[in-house]
Write a protein that binds this ligand. Structure first.
Ligand code: OGA
Ligand code: ZN
Length: 376
């Protein structure tokens, strides 16, 4: 977009764009974002904001090719790219290659509707890696197929994104029925829909469960889009939605060597009131501690959410096969499994996590490379 008009006003620069829109840039913001304030190599800001006047004064502004030249009363001159001003209009979030519109899903998607991607392509090709990440960010759930039977085949794929999130269960974890389990996942019992590790200050972002064997009777997987459940609850029972987003509850995991707990709401909203996170795990919800007069209403709200997780209208069910890996946003999509009978065969999933930050970083870097290819 190019500029139709520039006007220096008290405390701000007013830019009229050729499409007729008007953007106001406060002078302190313009001065704070002068490119001369960035380290030439790292591009980090080295300018000390407190070294500036509290109210810097802009004397003149003029077009200079693809830049705007700004002259300040203290003698400083800034050359600001038009693209920078256009891309950072106050009140509008800058474009982000990792910000993906989310497509909510319910049972009618069907397990055949889950986006599927080939392991060999993801490993070999950045375009295939990008396509898989875009699908995973948008729908919160994908299946990677054609993994070999090495235990590390799944972490090789996850490692294409970034480093793995280490937790009290290790950098990777083996979901098998164990003789001395510290977690229900390591038994053969059914796991109702849940998100993992809501007791962590920041629960793991994306979860990877690589199926190495699923020969036992039972052991099918269930998934539900927690954002779809929450969206429907918000419409049908706004009071319940509000309570789940406003009242923090304790979540706690403890075993011999750890006692990790946090107080957070089931639903986390951002500053625009948009849902950004679901924490739901009935097994490690702690002892509710809200004032007793709020408890009955909270229990109603919590049960309303829980009842929705049991509603087949939200469920996708499938039985993972050896060589498949499910990948899902653990702070959005709930996962669960049916009980299985270990005497009838072996079941083994190998799991790991990659946090949202690493995932988003990979998406941005891949997008940057794609832009270069397109520009070349
Ligand atoms: C887990 C889990 C699901 C499964 O390990 O957190 O939910 O299918 N496992 O065993
Ligand atoms: Zn789990």
């Amino acid at each position: 977009m190019t500029i139709a008009d520039l006007a220096v006003l008290p405390g701000m620069l007013a830019v009229t764009w050729t499409d007729g829109t008007l953007t106001r840039y406060p002078t302190i913001w313009l001065r704070d974002n002068c490119l001369s304030g960035l380290h030439p190599q790292t591009q980090e800001r080295t300018l000390d904001l407190l070294s500036l006047d509290q109210s810097p004064e802009l004397l003149a502004a003029g077009r200079a090719g693809s830049h705007v030249e700004l002259r300040y009363a203290d003698g400083h001159v800034s050359t600001m790219p038009l693209a920078f001003l256009d891309g950072h209009r106050p009140g509008t979030a800058a474009a982000d290659a990792a910000a993906m519109a989310k497509t909510l899903w319910r049972a009618d998607l069907g397990s055949v509707g889950i986006p599927r991607h080939r392991a060999s392509s993801i490993l070999a090709d950045d375009a295939a890696l990008h396509a898989w990440l875009v699908d995973t960010a948008a729908s919160g759930l994908t299946i990677v197929e054609g993994l070999d039977d090495r235990v590390s085949a799944g972490t090789d794929i996850a490692g294409r994104i970034g480093f793995l999130r280490r937790t009290n269960f290790g950098t990777t974890f083996e979901v098998v029925s164990k003789p001395d389990p510290n977690n229900l996942a390591y038994t053969s019992v059914a796991l109702p829909l849940h998100t993992d590790l809501p007791n962590q200050e920041v629960p793991p972002g994306y979860q990877f469960l690589h199926c190495l064997a699923n020969g036992a009777q039972g052991g099918g997987s269930v998934f539900a889009d927690g954002f779809a459940i929450a969206a429907d609850l918000r419409t049908e029972d706004p009071k319940a939605f509000r309570l789940l987003s406003e009242i923090a509850i304790p979540f706690r995991f403890h075993d011999e060597g750890t006692d990790i707990s946090v107080r957070q709401p089931v639903l986390t909203l951002d500053e625009h009131d948009d849902l950004i996170e679901v924490r739901f795990n009935a097994h490690i919800a702690g002892v509710f501690d809200m004032p007793s007069d709020r408890m009955p209403a909270y229990y109603d709200a919590y049960r309303a959410f829980m009842a929705k997780t049991r509603d087949p209208a939200y469920h996708l069910t499938l039985k993972l096969e050896a060589g498949q890996m499910v990948v899902f946003d653990n702070r959005r999509v709930l996962h669960g499994r049916e009980a299985f009978d270990p005497s009838t065969g072996h079941r083994h999933l190998h799991g790991c996590y990659v946090d949202r930050g690493e995932f988003a970083s990979r998406l941005r870097v891949l997008a940057r490379h794609r832009e270069r290819v397109v520009a070349a």
